[in-house]
Design a protein. Sequence first.
Length: 338
Amino acid sequence: MFAYDTRRFQKIATDLDLPAFRLAQVRHWIYKSFTGDFYEMSNLSSGLRDILASKYYVTNSHVVAAKTGDGSVKLLIQYPDGAKIETVIMGYRDWSSACLSTQVGCAMGCTFCATGPMGLERSLTSEEIAEQLWHCCHYAKVNSLKPIRNIVLMGIGEPLANYHNVVGFIGKANAPELFGIGQRRITLSTVGLVSQILELAQLKLGITLAVSLHAPNDKLRNQIMPISCKYPLQEIVAACRKYTEVTGRRVTYEYLLLEGINDQGSHASELAGLLRGENCLVNLITFNQVPGVSFRPSTNVGSFQRRLAQAGLNATLRRSIGQEIDAACGQLRKGFPE
Ligand code: SF4
């Protein structure tokens, strides 16, 4: 991305012999007005616009397809090496939220997810993740959608398996001279990589940590999320408790309700037992049908939620949008389905 970091900003200023304020104007066009064309930067001289357009790109990636429906937009983004990922803009009343991918594919193998069987191709750099955010902001502006105010790192990939790039991205998303999105408006979702949760805690960021639990005991969790064999639930909950102690931020536990698998009263009681006394929120999610995946959406959502509430847990039901365009939770993949 153009002038993404201080080093590159200074190099462009030196190469073009430009005063810093002039380059800051360009950066303002790109990161505040989401202008993708140097020729639209009306307070620059035509000579400078020519030079910028001949030497630089605003982004290295491109939106190669877009699908709209159900209050959301799914963008297919291609990077220069040919790798493709999906990213989603979710529309709400006063703002939009960008659901970003952190890897091309995913190694976690969750059995309910469209990405799971595809495996991991590679991780995305901090800059590549930022380009997704820029494309979302640009698309929202050009198409008169509500501006992007929130980020959820819940797209393709396991963010904590790409720890340094994701942390670097959060810094850039938050930087006032770049996207300026408050840390409290950023949510990072993970399957629960314990050592990375503890490492993240030490950074004392203001972001929300969302842990995909999806089962109240290790035996069931191992069946639907194979990676969890490495991370027993008790260790994950202990790491989250530490995260809250260090950061002051309450952890959210995501729980995808699958008909006849994890949605019975006994599962709710077990979940309540696991999380008893924890300062947390349980976010119940309705399952979105994925081709080739045999799970079905639960019909037991209301009573599951009531049982958790009776046990004293804060439990909400996440509004699911994007189902019409296969952009809902677990439906993203490395390319648009044929
Ligand atoms: S749900 Fe998330 S962590 Fe699990 S396979 Fe899909 S993308 Fe990876």
